[in-house]
Design a protein around this ligand. Structure first.
Ligand code: UT7
Length: 330
């Protein structure tokens, strides 16, 4: 009988740019206050990639190099790179290609995956399927966004939540039943009207008008997105517990997308989890879109134990949302 292969996360690393943008800095830029931002979102500061000439691939290359060095893994052994991002270096080639060049992943093929805040979860499921097929043994899943490149720092509705950063995990085959166990992913394109970038794609290529009208920035109607996120993320997290007969005692960690502390709290309550079982770092990094979930796991790595049941959950632009049940492998 052939052994069942699962895809396990066997390493995790990250890169955060050094420059901080605090709520107090934002008070000087737009009509807002530290108190408003803290109480409405939970964010206190975020990181911004300020150095001219650096892009998403540079953050990703640093994160990947950190991971490979830490685990003493030969860059030439990496077979696939999936790069989840909505802020690619350029429309083409893919950031995965540029990152592979910068990190010396000479034997890997790869591609970018666009699913906004759910990009990392969509990437994780895709990477897991490649491992489970038996055809690949080392797949990197990267979540990276340089949100500062598409944020209007005169728009107080959006500039207060977003930040820049990158997280990466290595997926390898596991034969002990650890790793990615179950997954529910969803999308509803009708949600695009509330959260999108108006210009720069084939619908509305860049022009003097699109730049003048600030159409290359994130457009977000906060309230409808908030409502949909509270419902979507909580529903799917609850559903994955229900269908796997997991109680709140069985779950060691919830790793939620870090968009707003109030959305995180709603999900936690629906799952019946106490606060100490929820990974939160929104106060330091804000919403880094595809990077939030791996950045959280990286921050909490030392508290994870082999066999822990972890629920990853996200909601974001698209709309896209989902939950993944992971059994931690080390
Ligand atoms: O990760 C991708 C998916 N994105 C999300 O999940 C984000 C979801 N949305 C949100 O997190 C929240 O909607 C925001 C943080 C964006 C906004 O918070 P809110 O509690 O929904 O605020 P609101 O838009 O309902 O505005 C409430 C009030 C308004 O004033 P009035 O009309 O009540 O007088 C706004 O003008 O707060 C005002 N306001 C602000 N005041 C100070 C809006 N932004 C700010 C601000 N500082 N930055």
């Amino acid at each position: 009988m052939t052994q069942k292969i699962t895809a396990a996360i066997t390493a995790i690393d990250a890169y955060l740019p050094p420059d901080k943008l605090t709520n107090f800095d934002l008070e000087k830029m737009v009509d807002t206050t530290d108190e408003w931002i803290r109480s409405r979102t939970g964010v206190i500061e975020r990181r911004i990639l300020k150095t001219p000439g650096l892009a998403s691939s540079d953050m990703a290359a640093e994160a990947v190099k950190n991971l490979l060095e830490k685990k003493n893994i030969d860059p030439l052994s990496i077979e696939v790179v999936i790069c989840a991002t909505v802020t690619p270096d350029m429309v083409f080639p893919a950031t995965a290609n540029i990152l592979s060049d910068k990190a010396g992943l000479k034997n890997a093929w790869g591609f970018d995956l666009s699913a906004a805040c759910s990009g990392f979860l969509f990437g994780l499921q895709t990477g897991a399927a490649l491992i489970e097929s038996g055809r690949y043994k080392k797949v990197l899943v990267v979540g990276v966004d340089k949100m500062s490149s598409i944020i209007d720092y005169t728009d107080r509705n959006t500039c207060i939540i977003f930040g820049d950063g990158c997280g990466v995990v290595l997926l390898e085959p596991n034969y002990e039943g650890l790793g990615i166990i179950d997954c529910i992913l969803k999308s509803d394109g009708a949600g695009r009207k509330h959260l999108h970038q108006k210009a720069g794609g084939s619908l509305k290529p860049a022009s003097i008008e699109t730049v003048t009208n600030k159409e290359h920035f994130v457009y977000q109607e906060g309230q409808p997105v908030f409502k949909a996120a509270v419902k979507g993320m909580a529903d799917v997290s609850y559903e994955i517990m229900q269908r796997n007969h997991l109680t709140s005692d069985d779950v060691q960690w919830l790793v939620p997308h870090q968009a707003n502390l109030r959305i995180i709290d709603a999900t936690r309550e629906r799952m019946g989890l106490p606060e100490e079982k929820v990974m939160v770092n929104i106060q330091r990094y804000g919403n880094t879109t595809a990077a939030t979930i791996p950045l959280c796991m990286f921050d909490y790595e030392s508290q994870l134990h082999k066999g822990d049941n972890i629920i990853l959950a996200s909601f974001g632009g698209g709309y896209t949302w989902g939950a993944i049940w992971v059994k931690w492998a080390y």
